[in-house]
Write a protein that binds this ligand. Sequence first.
Ligand code: NAG
Ligand code: NAG
Length: 292
Amino acid sequence: MEGRRLTAALFFCFFSCLSVHAASDSYPPAQNVTWQSTNFKTILMWEPKPSADYSYTVEYFPVGGDKQRNPHCIRSSMVVCDLSSSLTDVNACYTADVLSEPPRGASSDLIEFPYTSSPRFCPYKDTNIGRPDFKLEVSENKKKTTLYVTDPLTAVFQDGRQLNIRDVFSDQLQYKVTYWRNKSTGKKVSFSKSNVVEVTGLDPGESYCFIIQAYIPSRSQDKQLGELSQPQCSTQDNPSIFEVYSVGVIASAIFLILLLIGLVVVVTVVCCKRRKNALKSGKDGVPVENVL
Ligand SMILES: *[C@@H]1O[C@H](CO)[C@@H](O)[C@H](O)[C@H]1NC(C)=O
Ligand SMILES: *[C@@H]1O[C@H](CO)[C@@H](O)[C@H](O)[C@H]1NC(C)=O
């Protein structure tokens, strides 16, 4: 009796061990687990696409916290998982495990599935900042150029309101403005803590181009700058004569004018001389008796 039990137990173990082996063979662990995050929209990605024989489940947890699952990323055949709404504490640091599990509806004797862990991700420090938008305004007297920057929206909601990056980063957020004279390559840079940026020292009436990006100096160097905005150029007023016409045209015009003046001078001189001569000869020809 005792012997049969033991044999049965051994048998069971043998087969379950065998099935564990077979199962882990058919559930390959995920590879290349990475985060992609912009403005706190955060997506976990990995490879390869699963066959019909297995699926992936994502478990995420803040450092020192409990494991949680997102209902959209349980026994899924996708290789992405949107965790934007799951990573609720922007100041925490998270790790995610991608587990290789049986397909949905199938069962397995396995207690632990193979998994791959992601790198650590800290939304506040790591999320990329997307391109901001801005409005360009040149004052009436052309002396002041002002940029009105719109903060990009984030995927973070608080009390039903969608936060923008200023709400999240407050005074940590600055904007970097790069500008250059239209038709010139020399670039200048200025930083602003405010969303209203006054750029000074520009030549009035000239066209300048501007490009902006978020700048968070408290972050590590490679994460400080956000995506570049679309460039915008101010319009040029009263373009100077040298910009409208080429130097050749201007030189020819000046030459023509000089030629004309020369001609006029020559003609006048010649005429005057002739009149003088005519007068003189008239005087000489006047009889003496008439004068007296
Ligand atoms: C993981 O990334 C490496 C390097 O980019 C690539 O060679 C490899 O094919 C990737 N793995 C999978 C499963 O696609
Ligand atoms: C110069 O400014 C105009 C708008 O005034 C813009 O259309 C053009 O692309 C700018 N040129 C350069 C070289 O940036």
